[in-house]
Ligand binder design. Structure first.
Ligand code: PXL
Length: 277
């Protein structure tokens, strides 16, 4: 069984970061080690939250795992809360150098940075991304990392340019999420700098937005890649699974304002993973 390490916060309530990464990657049949960077009562989109910083634990955990000769097939990072954490995570990548590095540079959406983040942080995240095999930003995060204005009125040529810019940061490949060229579609656009090739995959766009779908998308991609799917197939499975999570959420008239119903969509994810493709 493949083993990954995922490094991000644990928000006790809110269905994001570790509370979605762990169940989704486990459902893929992949062992998920977790390195919690902070414990929050709930994610930062709520009007208030507690925050217990675990930065001081990161190096100790890394040292101990390394001395136990534990290694990982992939290291996948999500929400990281400080410059120091970016630096420690960079050291973690260097130390566990046999692992594929997948970075979801969680920072922003819809043209704005999440609470607590700054353009300087985005520039530091861009430096960390140089170490990645694959990064999975949305267009807002990509724009902040490249230091360019957020342009939601893009065409295909623009998106290809952004992807080339992202790989110019030093990562091997980049997948932009939340992309669509027609009002009825949304999906992913991917560029692999090694083969100089693009790939895109779209499905239905629903008239709804939920917090946490980015974390679900990245986790589902990592799970599928570690199950042996090609990166392209993994990115496509994650599009279909995220859509199904949103459909399950909307089917419940009493659905919560935060998070999506990924739990009831997990059997569908496993079905997609079991297909021969
Ligand atoms: O879903 C991204 C995320 C993860 N973790 C925390 C967050 C957010 C987004 O706001 O606040 C703590």
């Amino acid at each position: 069984m493949k083993r990954i390490m995922t490094i991000q916060d644990i928000s006790c309530v809110g269905k994001c970061s570790l509370t979605v990464a762990l169940p989704i990657i486990s459902a893929a049949g992949v062992e998920a080690g977790v390195l919690p960077t902070a414990v929050l009562s709930n994610h930062t989109q709520f009007p208030k939250f507690t925050f217990c910083d675990l930065t001081d634990e990161i190096q100790k955990i890394s040292d101990t795992l390394h001395s136990l000769n534990i290694d990982f097939d992939a290291v996948y990072t999500g929400y990281l809360g400080s410059f120091e954490q970016l630096s420690l995570v960079g050291d973690f990548f260097d130390r566990f150098s046999g692992a594929k590095v997948i970075i979801d540079p969680v920072m922003a959406d819809n043209g704005v940075l999440y609470r607590g983040f700054t353009p300087e942080f985005a520039a530091s995240m861009a430096k960390l991304c140089a170490k990645a095999d694959l990064i999975i930003p949305n267009l807002t995060e990509a724009s902040f990392m490249l230091g360019i204005p957020y342009n939601p009125d893009y065409d295909e040529e623009y998106i290809r340019g952004v992807l080339k810019g992202l790989c110019g940061l030093g990562c091997r490949s980049a997948a932009l999420t939340g992309i669509g060229f027609k009002p009825e579609e949304i999906g992913v656009y991917y560029y692999d700098s090694e083969s100089d090739s693009y790939f895109s995959y779209f499905n239905e766009r629903l008239d709804a937005q939920f917090h946490g779908t980015g974390d679900i998308y990245a986790s589902a991609t990592v799970g599928a890649m570690m199950r042996g799917k090609s990166t392209e197939r993994a990115l496509s499975i994650a599009v279909d699974f995220t859509l199904e999570c949103m459909k399950k959420t909307l089917a419940d008239p009493h659905h919560r304002a935060y998070g999506v119903n990924f739990e009831e969509a997990l059997p569908y994810y496993i079905e997609l993973l079991n297909e021969e493709k």
